[in-house]
Design a protein around this ligand. Structure first.
Ligand code: GA4
Length: 331
C-alpha cells in the first residue's frame, strides 16, 4: 500500500493491482434461480467462493431502478443537508469514514436498520431530506430483498439436504431479525489519473460481512472485487439487473466452515459513479450462533464455539474492517 502526496487523496488507501481493475473475470459463479438444480449450484458456489451472481430472480427491475433514482437524488443533495442525517451511530449518513475505528474509503453512504420498528431519528431525518418518495422506495425494496434472502437460504438448506427448510431462513424471518440495509455512493475520482498505472483507490476496504447473507445490487459501474481462496483478487463485472450474494461470517459458523464468508472490497472509478444497495440479513440479537449439529460429524470437528449474535456484533464494532473477526470464536 502506498500513501499519496496529493492533498485530495492524502488520507485514503491506494493499492497496486497487477491487472487493470477493469479486467473482466468470467469465472464468477452464476446461479439461475429457475434452474431445476439451482439448490446444488448455490451450495457449490458457497463452498468454493462464498459468492455468486443470481439471475432469473423474479425481483421486478422497477424496484431496483426506483430505489437507484431515489438514492441518486439523495446523494445529489447539498452536503449540509446530507450531514443532518449523520454521523452514523451506526445508522445514518456517513462520508469517507466507515465504522467507529478509523477506516476510511472513497465513499458516502446511508446505513439503515431494515426493521421498520427500529426506525431511528437519524433515519427519519434522512427521509425528510429527500423531496421524493425515498422512504417508500426503500421499504418496497427491502421487502423484496427479504423474500429473496428467504428463498435463497431455503435453497441452501435443500441443497445441503438438511431439515427443516427454514433452518437458516428462520433467523431473518424473525421479526426481531437484526438486519440492515446500506446504500453506497462511490463518487468518481478524477485525481486517479495522476497516479501511476495499476494504482487504485479504495472505495470500501477489504472485509467479510458479519451477518448470515448479503444481497447486493449495483448500477453498471464495476469496482467490486472478491478474494478467491488462493488469495487472488478478481474484479466482478457489474450487472445492474442481477444480484450478487455473499456468505457472511454467521453462515460460515452455522455451516461449520463448509460455506466461507468471502473477503471483498470496492475500488473507486476515475470517471463513473458507483451506486450499490445491500441488504444484510442478520439474526435476532439474542439468537445463539453455532455450527449446526447435522453439519458436524464428530464433536472434535466442530470449529466454532457458540456465541450470541449480540456478542459477535459487539466485537465486530470493536474491530477494523480488514480484521479476521471469527478468530476469537474458533475452538
Ligand atoms: C461490514 C458489512 C456492513 O456494511 C456493516 C459494516 C459495519 C459499518 O459500516 O458500520 C462495520 C463492518 C460492516 C464490519 C466491522 C465493523 C462494522 C464497520 C466496521 C469497522 C454495516 C456491518 O454490519 O459490518
Amino acid at each position: 500500500m502506498v500513501v499519496l502526496s496529493q492533498p485530495a487523496l492524502e488520507h485514503f488507501s491506494i493499492i497496486e493491482t497487477y491487472q487493470p481493475s477493469s479486467c473482466l473475470y468470467s469465472g464468477i459463479p452464476v446461479v439461475d434461480m429457475r434452474h431445476p438444480e439451482a439448490k446444488f449450484h448455490v451450495v457449490e458456489a458457497c463452498e468454493k467462493y462464498g459468492f455468486f451472481k443470481l439471475i432469473n430472480h423474479d425481483v421486478p427491475l422497477e424496484f431496483m431502478a426506483n430505489l437507484e433514482a431515489e438514492a441518486v437524488n439523495f446523494f445529489n443533495l447539498p452536503q449540509s443537508e446530507k450531514d443532518k442525517a449523520g454521523p452514523p451511530d451506526p445508522y445514518g449518513y456517513g462520508s469517507k469514514s466507515i465504522g467507529p475505528n478509523g477506516d476510511v474509503g472513497w465513499i458516502e453512504y446511508l446505513l439503515l436498520n431494515s426493521n421498520p420498528q427500529i426506525t431511528s431519528q437519524k433515519t427519519l431525518a434522512i427521509f425528510k431530506q429527500s423531496p421524493h418518495d425515498f422512504r417508500s422506495a426503500v421499504e418496497k425494496y427491502i421487502t423484496e430483498m427479504k423474500k429473496l434472502a428467504y428463498e435463497v437460504l431455503e435453497l441452501m438448506a435443500d441443497g445441503l439436504r438438511i431439515e427443516p427448510r427454514n433452518i437458516f431462513s428462520r433467523f431473518i424471518r424473525d421479526e426481531k431479525s437484526d438486519s440492515c440495509f446500506r446504500l453506497n455512493h462511490y463518487p468518481p475520482c478524477p485525481e486517479l489519473q495522476t497516479l501511476k498505472k495499476g494504482s487504485n483507490l479504495i472505495g470500501f476496504g477489504e472485509h467479510t460481512d458479519p451477518q448470515i447473507l448479503s444481497v447486493l445490487r449495483s448500477n453498471n459501474t464495476s469496482g467490486l472485487e472478491i478474494c478467491l481462496r488462493d488469495g487472488t483478487w478478481v474484479s466482478v463485472p457489474a450487472d445492474h439487473s442481477s444480484f450478487f450474494l455473499n456468505v457472511g461470517d454467521a453462515l460460515q459458523v452455522m455451516t461449520n466452515g463448509r460455506f466461507q464468508s468471502v473477503k471483498h472490497r470496492v475500488l473507486a472509478d476515475r470517471v463513473k459513479s458507483r451506486i450499490s444497495m445491500i441488504y444484510f440479513g442478520g439474526p435476532p440479537l439474542n439468537e445463539k450462533i453455532a455450527p449446526l449439529p447435522c453439519l458436524v460429524s464428530k464433536e472434535e470437528d466442530c470449529l466454532y464455539k457458540e456465541f450470541t449474535w449480540c456478542e459477535y456484533k459487539c466485537s465486530a464494532y470493536k474491530s477494523k474492517l480488514a480484521d479476521y473477526r471469527l478468530g476469537q470464536f474458533e475452538k
